[in-house]
Design a protein around this ligand. Structure first.
Ligand code: HAM
Length: 403
């Protein structure tokens, strides 16, 4: 019988990757807090209906990629394919839509999509996301974009920002009618034929080369925006210009989820291969109402952590690591207590075995210690400890209490 392996498209995050992972999440969280976002956890498992209603039945995520099953209580549930829907469910369930004011949340955790795994595309992946409720000002869209730019700058990642406006209830329906008329005359792939019926704007995003060739003259949503959406889009671009954020308007950027209105954006990198989107988001002013709440403006984004980690060069900070070892049986207790005491303020490692000087020294070096401290018969007798600072190459014997 063969050994059990992790499922295809799912992986263990360990060793250096896990260090990088926590380094990323800790620093992103710190930046999100500076922008006024509070930490939130929502369940990984939710009712399937939540994603059907929000992400949309026409999206690939819902129609093809959900980890969906019936649980022991006959409930139709699925592993969350993204974070926004759960946050909106939490917002409505806790009646925050009635509280007024602005509510900002950040979260991170695993998401599940049954996609064909390839480089940068997993079936279990992790997102760091932010959602802001109650702000209809386009300054909030800009604030969110600036925050992502800050995060990417912190980690030294270069990117391109693609920007679009997907209009609103006023302008989107007539744009879709015009688009369908245009698409009727084209020879598109089977998927696109289906998209024309379920959500025609999704055709603009088709990856099929033949479809893309024919779409060059398709009407552009940015030319059909109503006055309100147009003013907001112009204002957003001007705020970004004034704050030194470069972008390109991409009128075929429709995003893979149905809930967007007005601004939609993607941050892409040309250093990680075909799956180049490292973060995506936008405004979704209708979703709270769609999920049973009072109409509430909302805007947010999510970063794909695994894709980001491919690009991070961690800042070189050498952390102090103390290694304390016993060179005689009687020193084991003293060492154990000293390790426990030092851990109040420092990172300390030890070895529960009695070893000679050379063995301890090698051990400490292998584990990356910056300070080695050893206790043998002589030190025990004098109540001292032998200490060497490996960086400064200085050694001394000091009183145990002073160490
Ligand atoms: P999304 O564009 O579907 O948006 O996902 C956000 C990011 O998650 C992507 O840019 C990508 O980096 C990463 N990602 C997506 N699928 C995979 C995968 N199969 N493997 C690895 N990484 C992946 C959302 O999920 C929205 N909820 C974002 C949002 C928040 N919009 C408003 N608020």
């Amino acid at each position: 019988m063969s050994n059990i392996q992790a499922l295809r498209g799912m992986k263990d995050i360990m060793d250096n990757d896990s260090k990088l992972f926590t380094y990323f999440v800790d620093n992103c969280s710190a930046i999100a807090k500076r922008y006024g976002f509070n930490y939130l956890e929502t369940p990984i498992l939710e009712e399937t209906a939540l994603f059907k209603r929000s992400v949309g039945e026409s999206s690939d995520i819902v129609s093809k990629e959900m980890y969906q099953f019936i649980d022991k209580g006959e409930n139709d549930v699925c592993l969350r394919p993204e974070g926004t829907a759960g946050v909106v469910r939490m917002f409505v369930q806790n009646k925050l839509d009635r509280a007024g004011g602005t509510h900002r949340y950040f979260y991170h955790g695993p998401m599940f999509r049954y996609e064909r795994p390839q480089k940068g595309r997993l079936r279990e992946f992790h997102q760091f996301g932010c959602e802001s409720f109650g702000e209809d000002s386009v300054y909030e869209d800009a604030n969110i974009i600036l925050m992502i730019a800050d995060i990417l700058k912190f980690f030294g990642i270069s990117y391109k920002l693609q920007l679009n406006s997907l209009g609103c209830n006023e302008c989107m329906p007539s744009y879709k009618d015009g688009l369908v008329k245009h698409l009727d005359d084209l020879e598109l792939c089977e998927d696109c034929d289906r998209r024309i019926i379920t959500n025609p704007i999704r055709v603009l995003d088709c990856k099929n080369g033949k479809c893309q060739e024919q779409l060059i003259n398709a009407p552009k949503i940015t030319s059909s925006l109503c006055a309100c959406c147009d003013i907001d889009f112009v204002k957003l671009k001007s705020i970004l210009d004034k704050n030194g954020i470069e972008y390109e308007v991409d009128s075929s950027l429709v995003r893979g989820l149905d809930y967007y209105t007005k601004s939609a954006f993607e941050f892409v990198s040309d250093e990680i291969g075909a799956q180049s989107a490292i973060a995506g988001g936008g405004r979704y002013d209708r979703l709270v109402e769609f999920l049973g709440g009072r109409p509430t403006s909302a805007v947010g984004f999510a970063i794909g952590i695994e894709r980001l980690l491919e690009l991070i060069k961690p800042k070189e900070t050498k952390e102090e690591l103390i290694y304390i070892g016993a060179m005689c049986e009687d020193a084991l207790d003293v060492v154990f207590s000293k390790v426990a005491q030092k851990r109040g303020a420092s990172k300390v490692i030890t070895d529960y075995k009695v070893r000679g000087f050379g063995k301890h020294f090698n051990n400490a070096q292998k584990k990356g210690a910056t300070i080695v401290a050893l206790v043998g018969d002589n030190e025990l007798k004098d109540n001292t400890i032998w200490v060497k600072d490996l960086d400064k190459k200085e050694e001394q014997i000091i009183k145990m209490d002073e160490f």
